[in-house]
Structures are given as C-alpha cells and as structure tokens.
Design a protein around this ligand. Structure first.
Ligand SMILES: [Zn+2]
Length: 423
C-alpha cells in the first residue's frame, strides 16, 4: 500500500515568522531548511505549486496570448522569438517561460504604448486567476515610478517579517496600496486656503538650515514651510552638469525616482544625484540650507511638487545665508512646473478621506514595460542581457522592429506561501 508523505506537526519551524510557511510546515506540505533558507516542498505543497502555475499559465494564454514555453533562459526565449517572428509576427513575440517556482513573462512590442497594453493584459489575467484561487485573493498590482521604465509589483498585505515582504502603505478606509515611489497625485488642500496674501518679508534665521530648526525658531507648523532639495543631472556623458532645484511642502520629502523620471521625460536629463557642496556654491550660489524658489540663478531647473501648488504665506529660503523669506505665495511670487515628485509616506491623506498607514506587503511578482533600448541603458539596474539584442525581421516592405521589451516574474512559491496549507 502506498501512502503520501504528509508529516503534519504541531511544532512551528524555528526562527520562522512567515505565517504561510508555518502553516505549510505544520500541515505537512513543506519543510524548511533554516540554514539555507530553502523551502522544501513535500508532495502536497509540490502539487499545489504546480496547480497554481497551471492556472496562471492558462490565464496568461487566454487573457494575454502568452505562449507557454519551457526554455529556461531569456536568451533561449529570445532565440525562439527571433526564429519565428517573421512568419508568425505577434504570435511569436509574447511568452511565459517555466522557471521552476517562477513564471517568467517576456516579450517584445513595436512601441512602448503596445508594451504598456500588453502588460495591462498580463496583470488583468494574473489578477483574474488569483481571484479564483482560495486564499490568494486580496492582491493588487501597484505601480512604482522608476527613472526610466514602468514597473508594477504584485503585492499582498502581510505580517512584518514574511518572506518577500517590503514596506508600503495602506489606506484602511478604501484598501488602496502604495509603495514609497508609487505615482500618487493627491495632496490635501493648503492650510492657508482663504487667507489674505501677506507681503514678502526677509527674516533673519541664523542656523536654521533644517526645516525642524526653522519651525522651532519661528514657531510655525511644518505645512507652512517649503523644503528645497538641490540636485544635478546631465544630458550626455560630456555635457556640463545641469542644476535642479526641487521644492516640496515641508511635511513631504522628494522621491529621487519620481524626480529623475520627470527630469528625463521633460528635460532629457539622467544620472540625477544630490548636488555636492562645491557644486552647490558654483551652480546655485551660497544658498546651502537657505534656498528658496524666488530669485534662483538663471539656468537652474525649478520644479515644485503638487504639495506646493496654491501654497500661500509660506516660509522659504531667501537665497542668502542666514535668511528666510515669509509670505511666499505660489502664483504671485513664483511659478514653476508642477509634478508628483514626493515620496509617499505614513499619514499621507487619501482622496477617500482616510489616511495611509505603514504596512508590510509580500511581493509575489513584478512586471516592467517600456524598457526601450535607449532608456534602459541609462540605468544599469534596468539592463537585462537581452537588451543588446534587437528583435526584428526583414521582408519586401523593409525592416520591422520590436524595440520595446517587457518582462516580469510571477513567483508561484510566494503565492503558495500566501495561501499556506489548504484550509
Ligand atoms: Zn482611501
């Protein structure tokens, strides 16, 4: 007689905080190797891992026309596409490849808009399949701004310390999830709404080169201040550094990823980084700690976050050491490009009336699009080995190119952890 190995136990594995893994071990579906961190799937866990994979692959074919293959590497998938694209065109440009406990999705599109459409279809297919798996519902794809491509993460709210957990924010009133760099335009109305505009006035603020010190010296709320963050970027390898002055309201912080993305899209700038002390003096003048949006030197790119729009009677740097300027009114005293360049954080208000709280979220997948060849090369982190090969074919009408690469992974192991032992 044959018996399936299913060693159920009351003992939780040592040093494991992941509720899903504890459940799998207790239920006899998995064992845990604490030394290597490996999850060893027993017959019950292995079977369900395969079932999840089957459902996802089926949904990806049905919903996004991804061809299921078993190639094992990006290079091998590319060679399939290259071999068949001329005769099969779009049918040969979108794949889901089996990589053990992950499904790799990978493909090529004619432009970034097609690639964006494709990744939307993939996300809808994955979400649809997960909604039908008991215990795997409750996930969301959350966008994250990067300097040069679009990125989405498949996230499940989870306990801190869970495998694959990363920090994020949740609005408990409506359930919306955000990562620190997620696009998020909403800002609450200015506290100065309805006030009469004050006159500009320079005030001596010795040593007040932080927002906290400024608030304490003047006895004002942080929402009445403007925070300057100064950066430099470049247009090509040899070009001179371009100075960038960005402003957020004092209770916000600048997201380097969002700012970098905006500077790339609007000004073709890349390699954006914090300005060093010597560069500050040379490019912005003697303004360290006292930089404001009124009267910046020529050539400085000025951009303000949404939180600065319609601000009135704020205190900002006066662009001279030891001085701030009160009564600053957006529109009257300065205007600028306005963009979503702030980090999302704890306590940020949600349009629904609630506010965001810190939460851990298990990342069970990512998908990226718009990795077109020129942009991807700007940030080494975004370059995959595939990007130096171009998918194209020639026929009588000429050369047809698929320069926009999209790709991602869905971890069936992480989804299994989310479900835990069969309920
Ligand atoms: Zn909400």
């Amino acid at each position: 007689m044959r018996t399936t190995l299913k060693p159920q136990t009351e003992n939780a594995p040592a040093k494991v905080k992941d509720a899903g893994l504890i459940s799998l071990v207790k239920g006899g579906d998995a064992a845990y190797n604490a030394k290597s961190g490996e999850i060893l799937l027993l017959p019950g866990g292995a079977l369900r891992q395969r079932e999840i994979k089957e459902r996802l692959a089926e949904a990806l074919f049905g919903g996004a026309a991804l061809q299921r293959v078993d190639c094992g590497s990006d290079e091998a998938v590319f060679s399939l596409a290259e071999r068949y694209v001329r005769e099969w065109q779009d049918t040969a440009t979108a794949y889901v490849d089996d990589r053990g406990r992950e499904l790799r999705v990978l493909g090529w599109s004619k432009d970034t808009s097609d690639a964006g459409q494709k990744t939307s279809e993939i996300m809808a297919a994955v979400s649809g399949a997960l909604a039908d798996i008991p215990g795997a519902d409750g996930s969301s794809f959350v966008e994250e701004t990067t300097p040069s491509y679009r990125s989405f993460s498949l996230l499940f709210p989870c306990e801190a310390g869970s495998i694959g957990a990363r920090p994020g924010f949740i609005c408990k009133s409506c359930g919306k999830l955000l990562l620190a760099d997620s696009p998020f335009e909403f800002r609450p109305p200015q506290p100065s709404q309805g006030e009469a505009p004050e006159d500009l006035k320079d005030i001596e603020t010795p040593g007040a080169n932080t927002i906290a010190e400024l608030c304490s010296q003047l006895g004002i709320d942080v929402t009445r201040t403007l925070k300057a963050m100064l950066y430099v970027g470049s247009r090509d390898e040899t070009a001179e550094l371009v100075p960038i002055a960005s402003f957020v309201r004092g209770d916000y912080n600048v997201s380097m990823n969002k700012l970098s993305r905006w500077l790339w899209d609007r000004h073709g700038l890349y390699s954006v980084r914090t300005a060093e002390k010597s560069e500050l003096a040379r490019l912005f003048g003697e303004v360290a700690g006292y930089c404001g949006p009124i009267g910046l030197p020529e050539g400085v790119i000025l951009v303000c976050d949404n939180s600065v729009r319609d601000s009135k009677n704020t205190v900002a740097g006066a662009n001279r050491p030891g001085y701030h300027r009160s009564g600053c009114c957006y529109g009257r005293d300065f205007t600028s490009d306005i963009a979503d360049i702030a980090l999302n954080g704890q306590g940020a208000p949600c349009p629904c009336g609630g506010s965001f709280e810190a939460v851990s979220m298990r990342e069970a997948g990512t998908i990226q699009s718009g990795l077109d060849l020129y942009r991807a090369s700007l940030d080494s982190k975004t370059v995959t080995p595939l990007l130096d090969k171009k998918l194209s074919y020639r026929d009588r009408e000429g050369t047809h190119e698929y320069p926009a690469v999209w790709g991602g992974v869905i971890s069936t192991e992480r989804i299994l952890l989310e479900i835990g032992c069969e309920r």
